[in-house]
Write a protein that binds this ligand. Structure first.
Ligand SMILES: Nc1ncnc2c1ncn2[C@@H]1O[C@H](COP(=O)(O)OP(=O)(O)O)[C@@H](O)[C@H]1O
Ligand SMILES: [Mg+2]
Length: 269
């Protein structure tokens, strides 16, 4: 049995994407409301882009979770990079058309025109930087035909500017950039995660100095923050079991935050 005060906070910072764990951060919630409005407008395709760990998959999962209560929505979270397979899976999920063979774009558009949805079904594609230009072009044609509405996410790295690629440059895209959290937002993120899990005592241990350090170390990246928090609470769990006298419960120990940062590779000795 694990009775540690710190094992629960540790586990809530596992890097998992589940819409039930979504916490509201002002700028993100604003973006999310805009996204929900945009999704209901015809034609335009929506692009969510940002560096890894800025919350793109989380927002997409949240959208999927909320929309699926009222309309037909389908998510492909692991890219299907083969074109024929991609269309076959979509045809099956959206039009209940079962076929073991790959299907062509013409077949697909025929299927689409035979079905009458009051609203175009919404398709969510995560990690769309992995799709080929040729497949992105087909996705655009399907969108143009108003058969489906697409929302895609793209990793934008420093060395490769994917959105500069031709197929993302046209006016058919509405793009939304996700960014790392500011120190204030990171504070809200960490506090809300802890409070949601009823970890009140641990939430109270964070002071502004702690937050500034965590923000500096992680640059406000949600994934890096998760890793750091996981590592920090692993450390606290260990001390609690082995050297409880080393733990002060009124504030986080800066040294432990730095040790956790070393462990996760955010700091180099
Ligand atoms: N608004 C949020 N609420 C709760 N957790 C979030 C939020 N935004 C990001 N996260 C968490 O941060 C981590 C990184 O987010 P993720 O969506 O996987 O980033 P990306 O897809 O941009 O790489 C995930 O574990 C996710 O659960
Ligand atoms: Mg992702």
């Amino acid at each position: 049995m694990d009775h540690s005060l710190f094992s629960k906070p540790r586990d809530i910072f596992l890097d998992i994407v589940n819409p039930r764990d979504y916490v509201q951060i002002d700028s993100v919630s604003q973006m999310y409301q805009n996204l929900k409005t945009s999704v209901q407008k015809p034609l335009k395709m929506i692009l969510l882009y940002g560096k890894p760990g800025t919350g793109k998959s989380m927002l997409l999962h949240k959208l999927h979770h909320d929309l699926s209560k009222h309309q037909k929505v389908f998510m492909i979270d692991i890219p299907i990079i083969d074109e024929g397979d991609f269309l076959r899976v979509l045809a099956q999920k959206i039009y209940s058309y079962v076929n073991r063979e790959a299907i062509t774009l013409t077949n697909f558009l025929e299927l689409a025109s035979a079905v009458n949805f009051t609203q175009a079904p919404i398709v969510l594609l995560d990690e769309a930087q992995l799709y080929s230009t040729a497949l992105m072009e087909k996705i655009r044609l399907i969108s143009d035909a108003r058969a489906l509405k697409f929302v895609i996410t793209l990793h934008k790295t420093d060395d490769e500017d994917i959105i500069a690629k031709e197929h993302f440059q046209t006016r058919i895209w509405e793009s939304i950039e996700l960014k790392n959290a500011s120190a204030d937002e990171l504070k809200v993120y960490i506090q809300k995660k802890l409070l949601k899990a009823n970890c009140f005592d641990v939430a109270n241990m964070f002071n502004d100095k702690n937050i500034r350090l965590i923000s500096k170390l992680t640059k406000g990246n949600y994934r890096e923050a998760n890793k750091l928090m996981f590592s920090l609470f692993t450390l606290y769990t260990w001390y609690e079991e082995n050297h409880p006298s080393k733990i002060k419960y009124n504030a986080l120990n800066t040294k432990y935050i730095e040790m956790a940062a070393l462990h996760t590779g955010l700091l180099h000795a």
